[in-house]
Design a binder for this molecule. Structure first.
Ligand code: ZN
Length: 172
């Protein structure tokens, strides 16, 4: 089967999933989009931030409950394309129970995978997140996939692009 030309066409498609993504991966992404995990407010959150991706209209509020350097709970609220929403749904599943350092490491792996690292696309530790590996071929979508992770990195304070505070609330 011919691969679609990545320079054309997919902007028309449902403003969501590139059609050339492997079908199994599309299903994993759609499953998270349609049956989002942890998509409710977290009343006793210790950390929360809202970021948006104006290129696509995605908005994500990520809420964490952190106790002694460990993420006890992670929830989000948001709207936007299926890539952005599925990615943060997976994020909340994956970071729950991790230490901040482990979550930061996972964020680093995921980001590297999205920038095209084929080995990480096979890393079992990434779980469902591997379904998003194909997004690396679509630069416009990378921002969508990373929005939730930008929230995470901003909150846990190890992102060079982020403010140094470990806890802050964005203006909505
Ligand atoms: Zn998006």
């Amino acid at each position: 089967m011919d691969k679609p030309d990545k320079s054309s066409g997919f902007a028309e498609v449902d403003r969501s999933i590139p059609t050339s993504l492997n079908q199994l991966y599309q299903e994993v992404i759609l499953d998270h989009y349609r049956r989002p995990r942890n998509k409710t407010a977290l009343e006793d959150a210790t950390h929360s931030i809202t970021l948006n991706n104006p290129m696509c209209g995605d908005v994500i509020e990520l809420m964490l409950k952190v106790k002694k350097d460990r993420i006890i709970d992670a929830h989000y609220m948001g709207k936007g394309c299926s890539i952005s929403q599925a990615s943060v749904s997976m994020l909340t599943d994956q970071v729950k129970g991790k230490t901040l350092a482990e979550a930061h490491e996972l964020a680093g792996k995921f980001t590297t995978m999205l920038h095209g690292d084929a080995e990480l696309a096979k890393d079992k530790e990434l779980g469902h997140l591997r379904a998003l590996a194909g997004v690396s071929k679509f630069p416009v979508r990378i921002k969508c996939a990373l929005l939730g992770w930008d929230c995470l990195e901003s909150l846990i304070g190890e992102n060079d692009r982020a403010q140094p505070q470990s806890q802050k609330r964005a203006q909505i």
